[in-house]
Structures are given as structure tokens and as C-alpha cells.
Design a protein around this ligand. Structure first.
Ligand SMILES: Cc1cc2nc3c(=O)[nH]c(=O)nc-3n(C[C@H](O)[C@H](O)[C@H](O)COP(=O)(O)O)c2cc1C
Length: 180
């Protein structure tokens, strides 16, 4: 059977963002498992127009659903902006539809309260997109898992939680593949 393809989606695109550090750290743990092909999916690479405002022919707008089609599951790297997800992540979610359906997702979040409020908002959106989000949700504190809010230095205990989340994500991604 073909290995599962899992996209680790970086939810922020701002200059100076920390999401690449978090995404790469998750990917390092995931790659050691040998149970799937994990890749970083950076929304910034797609330069998605704001939904409905482009010509519909922007290369990124075509490449984005194609990338999602190639994936069996997702890890969302979520940061809390004003108690919710970023505008760019919401726009990226809106910029595809059927390509999300019947797939699984795990959420990793960070913020002053671990990004919990943003992650819970994302769960509601994922329901509408027929994405099954797994229970285990590793959360990172801006105060204790980052140095100066900039350099990611996660506490060791998070490694176990990441693996627990990935166990659930791989199981559900495999199961949901049979529906597609
Ligand atoms: C516009 C904006 C709003 C924010 N609002 C919150 C918030 O409501 N709660 C919180 O915990 N952190 C908040 N933060 C702090 C971010 O979680 C923190 O800056 C984080 O590093 C952002 O992720 P990024 O570096 O990947 O962009 C906010 C940051 C920005 C830029």
C-alpha cells in the first residue's frame, strides 16, 4: 500500500513568524516514525488571493487544491491571532472545498494560552469541511516553550504528545482513505 502523505500546514505567513520552527520540529519527530511521507506545506508559497478577489487563474490558486488533493491528512500548525486562527489560514481553508473532504487532521498550536482558543475555532471550521480532527492536541506556551517569544525551545514532554497525536492522525487518515 502507498504510504500516507501528510501535509504539515504552516498557518502564519507574516515576516518574522515562528511557525516554520514549530513545523520543522514536528516534521523531525514525524520523519523518525517511518509511517508516512510528511511534508511542510507553506501557505506563503501559494500567494493565494483573498477569496473571490482574484481572476481565478492565479498559479497559486490552481496549485493549492492540487497540493491538497495529493495529501491524505494534515497537521495544522496554528497560532493564536485575536483569539482565533490567522486570516491567511482561514482564506486557505476557504480556497478549496472537496479537496479537504474525508481526510483527517491533527492540530498543534501556540500562543499565550497554548493557542487553545484558535485551535477550538479551527475544529468548528474543519467539521464543515468534512475533516476529522483527532483528539490529542499538543499546545505550546509562548512563555515557556519559546525564548524571547521568538526561538522555539519546546519542553521535552511535548514529544510524547506529538507522537500520540500522530498515532491518531495516521490511523484516521488510513481509515478515511477508504471513503475516497
Ligand atoms: C495580530 C496578532 C494577534 C495576536 N493575538 C493573540 C491572541 O489573541 N492570543 C494569544 O495568545 N496570542 C496572540 N498573538 C501572539 C501570537 O500568538 C504570537 O505572536 C505568535 O508568535 C504568532 O505566530 P507566528 O509567529 O507564527 O506568526 C497575536 C499576534 C498577532 C500578530
Amino acid at each position: 500500500m502507498k504510504p500516507l502523505s501528510i501535509g504539515i500546514i504552516l498557518g502564519s505567513t507574516r515576516q518574522g513568524r515562528v511557525s516554520p520552527q514549530v513545523g520543522n520540529w514536528v516534521k523531525d519527530i514525524a520523519d523518525r516514525r517511518g509511517d508516512g511521507n510528511y511534508e511542510i506545506v507553506d501557505i506563503a508559497d501559494y500567494q493565494l488571493p483573498f477569496f473571490g478577489e482574484g481572476t481565478g487563474e492565479e498559479p497559486g490558486l490552481i496549485a493549492w487544491p492540487e497540493k491538497l488533493t495529493s495529501l491524505d491528512g494534515f497537521v495544522f500548525v496554528v497560532q493564536e491571532y485575536n483569539h482565533s486562527i490567522t486570516g491567511v489560514l482561514k482564506n486557505a481553508l476557504d480556497s478549496a472545498r472537496s479537496e479537504w473532504n474525508n481526510k483527517a487532521a491533527g492540530i498543534v498550536s501556540y500562543g499565550s494560552t497554548g493557542g487553545a482558543r484558535a485551535a477550538e475555532h479551527l475544529r468548528g471550521i474543519l467539521g464543515e469541511l468534512l475533516v476529522a480532527d483527532v483528539r490529542t492536541h499538543p499546545t505550546f506556551s509562548l512563555f515557556t516553550d519559546f525564548e524571547n517569544f521568538k526561538t522555539f525551545k519546546p519542553a521535552e514532554l511535548h514529544v510524547e504528545k506529538i507522537n500520540e497525536m500522530l498515532d491518531q492522525l495516521i490511523a484516521w487518515s488510513g481509515a478515511l482513505k477508504t471513503l475516497r
